[in-house]
Ligand binder design. Sequence first.
Ligand code: HEC
Length: 113
Amino acid sequence: MLHMLVAGIAGLVVLGSGIASAQDAAAIDRGQKVYAAQKCFVCHAVAGQGNKKGALDGMAATLSADELRLWITDAPEMAKKAKADRKPAMKAYTALTKEELDELVAYLQSLKK
Ligand code: HEC
């Protein structure tokens, strides 16, 4: 009886993480579309595609989700803090919806070096 209970719970946990990663994959996919639609590649590169002066691969290893979010919504302030002076400077993307912002951050976090 206990066996079945343990197996049942383990099964639920596996099922649960499967659903979560499918949702993550969908969010990352939509984030990639936001990245393309906003033309971030004009100044940034992912996997060698785009402007190589601003590679974004592996960014999540150095920047937290909150920091990534702030870069998107308030780049001028973040650039000042980071003393980043590459030109042309990044503007603040204030017209994105909360969903688009979350998806874009999920996408950036998914990029490995
Ligand atoms: C006009 C050029 C330009 C565009 C367009 C642009 N950025 Fe940037 N971005 C920069 C510059 C310049 C920096 C400062 C760091 C550097 O020199 O790469 C920066 C920094 C960042 C950082 C912090 C990276 C780091 O090296 O610390 C992130 C994350 C980022 N941008 C994401 C985006 C995303 C997402 C978009 C599209 C929504 C975007 N950027 C569009 C110019 C741009």
